[in-house]
Design a protein around this ligand. Sequence first.
Ligand code: ZN
Length: 412
Amino acid sequence: MANSTMAAGAPDTGAPGNMGDVRRSNLALVLGRIVQSSPGTHLTRAQVAAATGLTKASVSSLVLDLLDAGIIREIGLNPQGERGRPGVGVELNPAKAVMGMEINVDYIAAGLTDLSGTLLLHQTRERDNRNSAAAPVVAELAALAAELRAAAGAQGIQVLGGGLAVPGLIDDKAGAVLMAPNLGWNSEALDLGSLLPGAPLGITLFNEANAAALAELRYRPAGAADFLFVSGEVGVGGGLVIGSELFTGPDGHAGELGHVVVLPEGVGCSCGGTGCLETVAGQDAIFAAAGLGGHTRSENLARLLSALAEGDASAANAVGQAGHYLGVAVASTARLLNISSVVLGGHFAILGGWLLPSLTESLARYAPGKVPPENIGLSAVGEAGALLGAAGSVVRTLVEAPHRLRGQAIEA
Ligand SMILES: [Zn+2]
């Protein structure tokens, strides 16, 4: 409330980069209120003032800034043709979008969402990125991003910025992948600027499992506030959500579920360790144990699913082993962090029904009563999770600091 009182008399200081802290936080407060309003409702300036405790004059001035930046737009509330001055509401500008992108071991993907999180466009391309240098992968993703951006532009939609999710440890400030063993990348500085040249919010880098966990948090209808998200591709990743916030720990590297040891005398892992969960529950480990391989990911998954449906013993055994060891790692995590809900993504979600019996049995054995079967959920967002989470984080950053777009020219 102290901020509100001060803001009531705060003058609009004009030029970009010359905005006081109070005004910045009030700008975020106003935008946050508009974002929270349910879809289809259009708050008036007076309603925003009432909800935020700011004065109407202050809200009007802040709304002007958001209109200038193109983040919101005005919408007439009275039926057309009605006499008198129509009521005016505001809403998020549907002509602004953010792009989520993903580089994974077997594919690249990009998708556009509007500022309210609705997926507008989405494309995935299978590509074997194992041991490929980073530059050509990023170049191909840049071409895909340019296609989506052009398609959006043809509909009058401007892409403000984007987020890129990669399966590895990242340094988001440096825009570098520190270690992505399944890609064979070590200390790779990515040319993020090439992905959306000139986009006002630029590109932010995310760990894939963390981004997907954020998407679960955002898109699950009524999920737990504390859960472990498990992503499954060639690698296995984890995203910890505690108190509805992503917990990333020191350096942002917490949640490396795939490298929790489940077989101390097991085989070597891509991370340099031994017996990690990934070596027995990663998708390639499952394919190999089931006697499959040598095809694309989607082909191998399809073959695995049909083998399971036909009652193939080695396929069932491979998936059963993966579920068992996933249970071992999740049981330890649940004990360590006092988490009792798990959300499965990637191939774990695709294998859901085949995997759940061994996973539930394993959890009951190694952490009795800690993660009941009804608390094991499958991803609500599926394969697009990582890019949706990355895109959503960019929007969240914008909502928390909308002054970043202030003074930006609005493209036609
Ligand atoms: Zn490992």
